[in-house]
Design a protein around this ligand. Sequence first.
Ligand SMILES: Cc1cc2nc3c(=O)[nH]c(=O)nc-3n(C[C@H](O)[C@H](O)[C@H](O)COP(=O)(O)OP(=O)(O)OC[C@H]3O[C@@H](n4cnc5c(N)ncnc54)[C@H](O)[C@@H]3O)c2cc1C
Length: 304
Amino acid sequence: MTYRSNLEKCLSEGRFTVTAEIGPPKSADPLKIRDKAILLEGYADAFNVTDNQTAVVRMSSLAGSVILLQLELEPIMQMTCRDRNRIGLQSDVLGATALGVRNILCLTGDHQSFGNHPNAKGVFDVDSIQLLQIIKNMRDQGIFQSGDPLLGGRPCVFLGAAANPYADPFEIQVDRLRKKIDAGAEFVQTQSVYNTEKFSVWMDDVCSQGLDKKVHILAGVTPLKSVKMAERMKFHVPGTDVPDTLYERMRTAADPAKEGYRIALQTIQELKTIKGIHGIHITALFWEEIIPSLVTDSGLLLRK
Ligand SMILES: Cc1cc2nc3c(=O)[nH]c(=O)nc-3n(C[C@H](O)[C@H](O)[C@H](O)COP(=O)(O)OP(=O)(O)OC[C@H]3O[C@@H](n4cnc5c(N)ncnc54)[C@H](O)[C@@H]3O)c2cc1C
């Protein structure tokens, strides 16, 4: 069996897989991304390179992905529909795969009004589900969205999507996941999980519909570094659910960073036991240096 990427290989072989986010810098400095990559090498099976997350301008995910490839690390290039129309998106898929990118995560993207250019024109020519279908057709049928044929090599890529088990209304989130799978999603990375109980209810629904057999689900883990971060996640980040008990643990802790680390470890242990979860996706916002010990202490270093 040949696989398109290491991520696909790990997931297909049934290994509990770890991915980690590497956010590109707000500058043209390649060393910033290289430093993070060197710190995290060996601690994850593939590395997500975000696409102007929170609608704040950063180095492009395509450039960040190529820097990782130069270091022989495997990128998951994230693509949002906010900033490019279908012509730009398809062109970047061809360029990225020509340069060696083998995993793409398709997102609609955070709305531009949340970012540092709130008056920017949001493109949203297509959404994440349509983008998945477009890339799948380029790969499997050899056709562009227009119906024109690709003239030569097709993009060889493992396709992913995001899922938010906490978004309102809760009931439609499994339907949205099914639509993403039907459109071409082969792996899914979820919003950060703090409320494992609610996440388990969502996963029960996912499994009862057999969707866990059709897609590899990696649960999101974002360690809380401070009380301020816990507050932000609880009260200001839409679609994130920090239970009162966890928030109180952070608020009353003598050392909030240590407590946040303990909570992340505990969350990973709980996630490992949930049916249908094939791995975790660590997004350590402004705290990437914690990832090596988090992976080691949660027993995932020797996961192979
Ligand atoms: C693992 C992960 C990585 C992420 N990385 C990034 C990133 O790099 N960059 C970034 O900007 N955001 C990123 N996000 C945030 C993400 O885009 C938002 O959380 C989004 O609300 C949910 O994911 P999605 O993009 O797949 O949206 P979808 O599930 O496709 O849609 C989310 C919402 O957008 C609405 N929507 C869909 N189409 C349109 C449209 N045409 N116009 C307006 N609204 C529409 C839907 O109705 C839905 O409510 C990430 C999220 C996750 C979980």
